[in-house]
Design a protein around this ligand. Structure first.
Ligand code: HEC
Length: 440
């Protein structure tokens, strides 16, 4: 051999595992398979530190080669041979040991502390345990029985909203262990519905309650409004319908009435306004426009009536207000003038109350001109019609007065004239002909 050992090592390192190198190396125990087969010689002659002794040849480990036992036997002060002291790992279950499998494998049934492996000892026992975190906390990743936490184990573990341990998907806890929540599309306990959307105008509210009238949400296609209350006098009535005239509900501040019919001229109009005596419409109990009935003032002559009380004249004839004036059978005389009336009637029968300084009833008729001026077309103090309306006896209060029928005149009152006296029929006819033929 020309090469030195150092050169040989260098060369072997360079040309790895070549057979030539192995053969030349010599002395390295690892490759000396042949020598280990000789059990007896190896045990007694090779260096004590080699592991192969203890494991491959148990019979030779006794007294002479084991460092521990060698010490105990040789250092015993008494010199008596007491045998090896028991220890954990000696393969024998000694006092105070639950087990002793003689190995240093901590994951088998017997721990290196010579206690039996149990769930909760913090050591994961191979095959038997999936985990062992040494605690009793079932909300962590390792739960009772030393199993890894999973959805369905009945324990709410990390990342789970719930875990009811069953395979019912639509109960309070889904099979994914996500917390049952409104909006997950499944009808869970406590939910009336769950359509999985955030739309509040469909049949299922975002609160997972069925849409109903009164929930404050307007359901498309079914409700025109929903104010969440049961008040029928506001803008949203009944079964969630927008208030409108004709629905039978009187909307406060908007409608005066609502009779839910399409009769415009009854007490409540189609515009939901109460009939009034000034709306220029014949409605309500009126017998004619804004008059008659028991609510409005009596009607003028010729207006429609039902009973006498509907008329100012207190005379309802054939459905029309007629004059109640009953005239004497006068002979027509178109030539009567104010002068004739003054000369033959007023100056004789009406003095002094309506002549001179007297102005009874606010009426002065001191001469023909004044008589005419203060009566024709002049409003009465004591009636709703003028004192005299030319060519219209029915509309002349003066005529009613001299015939003692003043109470039949529209709005008429007071006494018959002349007060305390009377006119002959001829005198009455003079006044009647004057008015009847133009009050000239
Ligand atoms: C004794 C007094 C007296 C005599 C006479 C008299 N009157 Fe009168 N007259 C009155 C008094 C008082 C009133 C007011 C009270 C009333 O209307 O009854 C009145 C009212 C009237 C009125 C109503 C006026 C109005 O505007 O309401 C007429 C019309 C009238 N008299 C016409 C006559 C005529 C026509 C005569 C004559 C034929 C006459 N009177 C005679 C006292 C008299």
């Amino acid at each position: 051999m020309l090469r030195t050992p150092s050169l040989t090592l260098l060369a072997c390192a360079t040309i790895l595992l070549l057979p030539a190198c192995s053969d030349d190396g010599g002395g390295t125990g690892a490759s000396q398979g042949g020598s280990s087969s000789d059990g007896t010689s190896a045990g007694s002659t090779t260096a004590p530190g080699t592991d192969s002794d203890a494991t491959t040849n148990p019979s030779t480990t006794s007294p002479t080669t084991d460092p521990t036992t060698t010490n105990s036997t040789t250092t015993d002060p008494t010199g008596a041979s007491t045998g090896p002291a028991p220890f954990c790992g000696d393969g024998a279950v000694d006092a105070g040991e639950e087990c002793d499998d003689g190995n240093d494998v901590d994951t088998d049934f017997c721990l290196n502390t010579c206690k039996k492996a149990v769930c909760g000892d913090s050591v994961v026992q191979a095959v038997v345990e999936e985990c062992d975190d040494g605690n009793m906390d079932n909300t962590d990743a390792c739960v009772d029985g030393c199993k890894n936490a999973t959805c369905g184990d009945g324990f709410v573990g990390p990342g789970e909203g719930c875990d009811d341990g069953n395979m019912v998907d639509n109960d309070g806890c889904s099979n994914t262990c996500a917390s049952a929540s409104c909006g997950d599309g499944k009808v869970d306990a406590g939910e009336e519905c769950d359509d999985g959307n955030m739309v509040d105008t469909d049949a299922c509210l975002t609160t997972c309650k069925n849409a109903v009238c009164g929930d404050g949400k307007v359901q498309a296609g079914k409700e025109t409004c929903d104010d969440g209350n049961m008040v029928d006098t506001d803008a949203c009535v009944g079964m969630c319908v927008a208030a409108k005239c004709g629905d039978g509900f009187v909307q406060a501040g908007v409608e005066e009435c609502d009779d839910a019919n399409m009769v415009d001229n009854d007490v409540c109009s189609n515009a939901c306004k109460m009939a009034s005596c000034a709306d220029k419409v014949k409605n309500g109990a009126e017998t004619d426009v804004d008059c008659g009935g028991n609510t409005c003032a009596p009607c003028e002559i010729a207006k429609v009536c039902k009973v006498n009380a509907d008329c100012q004249s207190d005379t309802c004839t054939n459905g029309k207000c007629a004059s109640g004036l009953m005239l004497p059978a006068c002979q027509d005389n178109m030539a009567v003038t104010a002068t004739n009336v003054f000369m033959s009637v007023v100056s004789v029968k009406c003095a002094p109350c309506h002549t001179g300084v007297g102005q009874s009833g606010g009426l002065n008729m001191k001469d023909a001109a004044t008589l005419k001026a203060n009566t024709v077309g002049v409003a009465s103090t004591n009636a709703a019609i003028p004192r005299v309306t030319a060519s219209n006896l029915d509309n002349s209060f003066l005529i009613y007065k001299i015939l003692g029928q003043q109470l039949k005149a529209p709005g008429g009152g007071g006494s018959s004239m002349p007060l305390g006296g009377s006119l002959t029929m001829a005198e009455q006819c003079t006044v009647i002909n004057w008015v009847k033929f133009g009050a000239k």
